[in-house]
Design a protein around this ligand. Structure first.
Ligand code: NAP
Length: 314
């Protein structure tokens, strides 16, 4: 009989069914069963589960779980909710997602580089006015987080001849990119970059990292793109810096609360572009193929991909 693998997710029925179909196609020799349909025997036999924002109470009912494979790249919620001695957490690391995210970073960097928000405002005012256009090589784009996503995004910006710098926890090196590490390195990068792209996980260390003091230390006239997680940036402080003209524009794809509440001032702010968390969507086909490969390797030889470091939080 086929091995049963629990699918544990807090999602609506349509989303669940679409995932079950994609995973079923990628893993025809397993039975992927939603948590609600597991028998007592299924629960006791489960060694691995596929999860998407799982309810920790559900996972607690799978007593022999060794690891969970998340369908999400961001794991701050599952890290916060699962007990430290709980199953190992493996997150989705999909090269296709990195390419998709890099495309978004390039698109919105070009949006800022080519002053599109300004020309939109000029059109509304029927104003015909040209502005000086710097070369991409004269624009410093600073990426916060040079991991799976940040590195591919940096590569895409380099191809476009932007001057790219990056900041990471360990001061990771990357050819063609000026890299910074540590708190003082962050201050230097913020003071230098014309466009900052946030691509770090939300952890105890990165929550509120871009606070009033750091935002005021950004280069005058710089812009911010947040494609990582909302709470990394202090929204109130960001609005202050935009209102006083110290910062030029913010492209925000992620927020403290999602969906962004109707009464948020961000919706109508002229210097803010609001996106509904669309910069790096998961592709169900490529994600399912990765999950299938990882789970097949586990059942073939017991290997589990490198998991999230619970202390670091990512
Ligand atoms: P990753 O491979 O784990 O890379 C994270 C990077 O952030 C690494 O370079 C890491 O430094 C750096 N970092 C972590 N903590 C830091 C700290 N305290 N100070 C400085 N740098 C720090 O993660 P990823 O796959 O690139 O994904 C990044 C985040 O993007 C995810 O966590 C998720 O929240 C977000 N995301 C958003 C979307 C979307 O649609 N908006 C889609 C996918 C993912 P080291 O290199 O030194 O470890």
């Amino acid at each position: 009989m086929n091995t049963t693998i629990p699918f544990v997710a807090r999602t609506d029925e349509d989303d669940r069914d679409t995932w079950l179909e994609a995973l079923g196609t990628a893993m025809p020799s397993y039975r992927i069963k939603p948590f609600e349909e597991l028998s007592e025997d299924d629960r006791a036999a489960a060694r691995v589960a596929i999860v998407a924002d799982p309810d920790p109470a559900d996972l607690a009912l799978l007593p022999n779980l060794e690891w969970v494979h998340s369908l999400w790249a961001g794991v701050e919620r599952i890290v916060a909710e699962l007990p430290v001695d709980g199953p190992k957490i493996v997150r989705l690391e999909d090269p296709q997602m990195a390419k998709t995210m890099a495309e978004a970073v390039l698109a919105w960097t070009l949006y800022l580089h080519r002053d599109m928000p300004l020309y939109r405002r000029q059109q509304e005012a029927r104003e015909w006015k040209m502005h000086e256009l710097p070369l991409p090589s004269q624009r410093n784009v600073g990426i916060l987080g040079l991991g799976n996503l940040g590195r591919v995004a940096a590569g895409r910006l380099l191809e476009q001849e932007f001057n790219v710098c990056g900041w990471s926890r360990s001061g990771t090196r990357m050819e063609g990119v000026e890299t910074f590490g540590g708190s003082e390195g962050l201050d230097r990068l913020l003071a230098k970059a014309d466009i900052i792209v946030v691509l770090m996980p939300l952890t105890g260390e990165t929550r509120g990292l871009l606070d009033a003091s750091r935002l005021s230390g950004m280069k005058p006239g710089a812009s911010l793109i947040n494609f990582a997680r909302g709470p990394i940036v202090d929204t109130r402080a960001l609005l202050e810096q935009l209102d006083r003209g110290h910062l030029n524009h913010a492209v925000l794809d992620v927020f403290d609360r999602e969906p962004l509440p109707h009464d948020s001032p961000l919706w109508s702010h002229p210097a803010v572009t609001v996106l509904p968390h669309i910069s790096g969507p998961t592709n169900r086909t490529t994600a399912s193929a990765i999950v299938a490969r990882n789970i097949a390797a586990y059942f073939a030889n017991g290997t589990i991909p490198d998991g999230v470091d619970r202390l670091r939080g990512y």
